[in-house]
Design a protein around this ligand. Structure first.
Ligand code: ADP
Ligand code: MG
Length: 306
């Protein structure tokens, strides 16, 4: 009886893991609204992981043939460095992240990782080196522990806890009625945007990918939460090749290079200081953002002194 029940339990466990994994992947594709028609080349090889240099070389892309989205975009992210992408909404920033994950293939030019065209490698090996902290994290209808462990299913309970601590969400979880076993997602506890983002950061800390893609959230974060998230993001991107679709001034200021994307082309590029000195598009975006931040700050002080 014992001999029989152990393997059955084990099979049940594996079955659940696989089924959950498949559901999650399907779910992820649904939510990202991406096609699933990208297939590996018959001779696709695993990506040879090097230091983690990312290169977009004269990339052209459109979702539909009548409307070009990226019109010859070239940039390089040296291993371990951070490149920030800024620009008006609809400029094509998130499209760049979708192309790096190869949710779509480019129609002209190349996307390379450590010199390898990502169309020549297996998607599995490609996605294994990439980590993503999206703007809007999707939580699965499962425990918060499962949602964090999704970053690396083999992670121990201790590692899950450690990742949660580093992502500044540990104390929050400890206060939940059932701690790490609390159910979250649509059918469980609803977490705020900032909390969900920290879950995504914890996942990414567990995965520890050499290359990171961050899509920063703009709205609905109070300044305290924003500082906590910034600290967590700084920690996870340290020493990793990082592309960040940046809204926060702090990220932009410290990036090794800032790319200003407008209408699918790079309008300006350089460091924060160099771009400010140019008095162009970046400088005006930055002024506007700083004014907004200052106005918000004045409002807060006025409220507090009431
Ligand atoms: P950003 O992140 O800079 O705001 P995106 O890269 O998301 O911009 O989008 C660039 C343009 O591509 C937008 O005009 C958007 O409407 C369009 N777009 C995005 N996704 C799709 C899609 N799946 N199908 C068709 N057009 C899309
Ligand atoms: Mg976007």
């Amino acid at each position: 009886l014992i001999q029989l029940s152990v393997p059955l339990n084990f099979i049940g466990f594996i079955y659940r893991e696989i089924r959950q994994g498949l559901t999650d992947i399907e779910h992820m594709f649904d939510l990202l609204d991406v096609p699933q028609e990208i297939v590996d080349k018959p001779d696709a090889k695993p990506l040879k992981v090097g230091p983690g240099k990312v290169e977009f070389r004269d990339v052209h892309f459109s979702y539909d043939p009548n409307r070009k989205i990226l019109k010859g975009v070239s940039f390089e992210v040296p291993a371990g460095k951070t490149v920030a992408i800024v620009g008006p909404s609809g400029a094509g920033k998130s499209t760049i992240s979708r192309l790096l994950f190869r949710f779509y293939d480019v129609q002209g030019g190349q996307v390379l990782i450590d010199g390898q065209d990502i169309r020549d490698v297996t998607q599995e090996s490609l996605r294994a080196v990439l980590g993503m902290v999206p703007q809007d994290t999707v939580l699965f209808n499962d425990t918060i522990a499962y949602n964090i462990r999704y970053g690396r299913f083999g992670a121990s309970e201790e590692e899950v806890r450690k990742a949660a601590e580093l992502a500044q969400i540990g104390p929050f979880i400890d206060k939940l009625p059932e701690g790490y076993r609390s159910m979250v997602g649509e059918r469980g506890l609803k977490l705020s945007g900032g909390e969900k983002q920290r879950v995504a950061i914890a996942r990414t800390i567990l995965k520890a990918p050499p290359i990171l893609m961050l899509d920063e959230a703009t709205s609905a974060l109070d300044s305290h939460t924003e500082q906590e998230i910034q600290a967590a993001l700084d920690l996870v991107s340290k020493g990793r090749t990082t592309i960040v679709i940046a809204h926060r001034l702090s990220t932009v200021i410290s990036a090794d290079e800032i790319i200003v994307l407008k209408d699918g082309q790079i309008a300006e590029r350089g460091t924060h200081a160099a771009l400010l000195a140019k008095h162009g598009l970046y400088a005006s975006m930055w002024d506007r953002q700083r004014e907004a931040t200052e106005a918000e700050e004045r409002l807060r002080i006025a409220r507090e002194s009431d």
